[in-house]
Design a protein around this ligand. Structure first.
Ligand SMILES: [Zn+2]
Length: 238
């Protein structure tokens, strides 16, 4: 029988010992005029679920953390951020709880702004003796551009309004970073997009999802999540 990787669906007596539990970590933040607020959460859940499917029944997916550190998007209505301090504390407590019955905890991150909190939480939990790590969903998008739009066209096309897709600020992240840090996304890109989503496609999204799933599953199997990132990963995602 196929094992449903969603932990929330499982009655407790069916939960075996020695599990690896993936905790998707997303955000609730503006993603331009054409995408919903929960893009990062949707992507983190999709990558976690597909990776768990690939790894087998010893890997399960916890309910997602839907709020992250999104202060840079706070000038846009709809953005709900809990900030780095609260997120780090939340992730630490989630790890402490899950590790009482699971062998291993891996946070699967869908939002670049969460990285500082992830690193803090993983450092604390590791010092406490937990087998814990985090992995990025590495799709290469700055924010709400072609990769994220393609992923959503694959995962939830009814939630994408391509008639509203328009180019945003397309300068490189390294060029934009000082202004982003100082003034937030709205000062850099009035429509909230960093990139150009107009050429996005569901086929490109399917290929991206398969690649990210392969990376995350391989890292889980290899135990590489403990190091905090994928080989060669910069952790960049939006
Ligand atoms: Zn995003």
């Amino acid at each position: 029988m196929h094992q449903d990787p969603a932990l929330a669906d499982a009655p407790w007596p069916t939960i075996p010992e020695g599990l690896t539990v993936l905790i998707p970590v997303g955000s609730t933040e503006q993603h331009g005029p054409h995408l919903p607020l929960d893009v990062d959460t949707v992507i983190a859940v999709a990558v976690s679920t597909a990776a768990a499917d690939r790894c087998g029944p010893s890997v399960r997916v916890a309910p997602a953390v839907a709020f992250g550190a999104s202060g840079e998007h706070q000038h846009f209505p709809g953005t709900i951020s809990i900030g780095t301090e609260a997120l780090a504390h939340t992730l630490t407590e989630l790890g402490r709880s899950v590790r009482t019955w699971a062998a291993r905890v891996v946070f699967v991150n869908g939002h670049g702004g969460n990285i500082e909190a992830l690193e803090r939480a993983v450092a604390v939990l590791t010092a406490e003796g937990a087998d814990v790590g985090w992995l990025p969903c590495r799709h290469g998008d700055a924010h709400a551009g072609r990769p994220e739009t393609s992923l959503m066209l694959h995962l939830a096309p009814h939630r994408v309004d391509m008639s509203a897709a328009a180019p945003g600020e397309t300068a490189s992240m390294s060029d934009l970073m000082p202004r982003l840090r100082a003034s937030g996304v709205r000062a850099v890109s009035p429509n909230g997009i960093l990139g150009d989503p107009r050429q996005a496609s569901a086929a490109e999204g399917a290929a991206l999802l398969a690649r990210m799933t392969g990376e995350v599953a391989a890292a889980i199997v290899a135990g590489a999540a403990r190091a905090g990132s994928l080989p060669g990963a910069d952790g960049a995602n939006a």
